[in-house]
Design a protein around this ligand. Structure first.
Ligand SMILES: *Cc1c(COP(=O)(O)O)cnc(C)c1O
Length: 377
């Protein structure tokens, strides 16, 4: 079956009680049992909820995974996956991951004895050097935020598997519509459903998809033990979101390419970061690994002053954090999403004070271009 058919039908069986075509919001904390030890498979709503179960079936199918788990946020999904690693074990973390992921490692997990090192996962030679005898996991994000560095998932998976480590990919930027990491050998996929999967900037959530049965059992156990579950209402919203994932991603991609090309030709812009541009250093890899480039575009204006002028003069694009919604959002990584990254490290990654990031929405692209054009002049 094709992607859109799966998106619309997987997990979305008509409700057995009423025939409701949309999976109902089962807003309940508990379930009546028929007798001692006799129930319908639902005992308590932290453990099981039919709305959440429908979403878990749905996104697992989109990622081509056997198992899926929905969490209260992207960060709680990532935290659950990192609980597969215990004190004294080592993780290699991409050096340009989402700031919250870096913070979780450096300021929470480090206190529990989990060791980690940063590595540029797009450079396989330097990745190989980062392995230690106790390395159990490689955590990658591709393309990275905000400078769009692409990591070769198949190459990283080969390297990690030869050394007995799992590979985790944060697939938030591409969504399963443009990139299915498991097909490239990745073991575990994580998402912030807050972004493209929900797509309407009205829910915070996270997801874990994987094939390994023992790891899946452990993730399910952690989900129930810790309880950072996605609520029935949010599960309903994301389930509604994924039905239109294909058409939305096509529109983000179409608009993203137009905006990237417009910026690349603009005399006031020094550099554009978008894997869909032929000038992107990993354009060929992106073409091979992804089926589209999406709507995330970053560009260098040359100075904080220039960036400020753009950010404060846009009228249609909304100044704000987050991404992946239908509306265009514009942000300043150095002071917003990446403020917790030390200035020296930001500079090394290319996250300068003049860098601006756009999550290109699905408005009419002429209007987005007109807005950027007036803000740039
Ligand atoms: C937003 C984001 C997260 C964190 O997700 P939340 O839903 O905000 O907890 C993780 N990874 C990436 C790539 C993100 O963009």
């Amino acid at each position: 079956m094709g992607f859109s058919t799966i998106a619309i039908h997987a997990g979305n069986d008509p409700d057995p009680t009423t025939g409701a075509v949309s999976v109902p919001i089962y807003q309940t904390s508990t379930y009546a049992q028929d007798g001692l030890g006799r129930h319908k498979g639902y005992e308590y709503a932290r453990t099981q909820n039919p709305t959440r179960a429908a979403l878990e079936t749905n996104i697992a199918a989109l990622e081509g995974a056997r198992f899926g788990f929905a969490f209260a946020s992207g960060m709680s999904a990532i935290d659950a996956v990192l609980k597969l690693v215990t004190a004294g074990e080592h993780v290699i973390l991409g050096d340009n991951t989402y700031g919250g992921t870096f913070r979780l490692f450096s300021r929470v997990l480090a206190d529990y004895g989990v060791q980690f090192d940063l590595s540029d996962t797009s450079d396989t030679a330097s990745l190989e050097q980062a392995f230690r005898p106790n390395t159990k996991m490689v955590f990658v994000e591709t393309p990275t935020n905000p400078v769009m560095t692409v990591t070769d998932l198949a190459a990283v998976s080969d390297i990690a598997h030869a050394r007995g480590a799992r590979v985790v990919c944060d697939n938030t930027f591409m969504s399963p519509y443009f990139q299915r990491p498991i097909e490239h050998g990745v073991d575990i996929v994580v998402h912030s459903t807050t972004k493209y999967l929900n797509g309407h900037s009205d829910s915070v959530g996270g997801f874990v998809a994987l094939n390994d049965e023992a790891d899946a059992e452990r993730i399910g156990f952690i989900q129930n033990s810790v309880g950072a579950i996605l609520s029935p209402f949010d599960s309903f919203l994301v389930l509604r979101g994924t039905k239109t994932l294909a058409v939305r991603m096509e529109a983000h991609d179409r608009n993203g390419r137009v905006v990237a090309n417009f910026l690349a030709e603009h005399p006031r812009i020094e550099k554009v970061y978008y894997p869909g541009l032929a000038s992107h250093p990993q354009h060929e890899l992106a073409k091979r690994q992804q089926t589209g480039f999406g709507g995330m575009v970053s560009f260098e204006t040359g100075s904080l002053d220039n960036a400020k002028k753009v950010l404060e003069n846009v009228k249609l694009c909304i100044l704000g954090e987050s991404l992946g919604g239908v509306e265009s959002l514009i942000s300043h990584p150095a002071s917003m999403t990446h403020a917790s990254v030390p200035a020296e490290k930001r500079a090394a990654l290319g996250i300068t004070d003049g860098l601006v990031r756009i999550s290109v929405g699905i408005e009419d692209v002429e209007d987005i271009i007109a807005d950027l054009d007036q803000a740039l002049s």
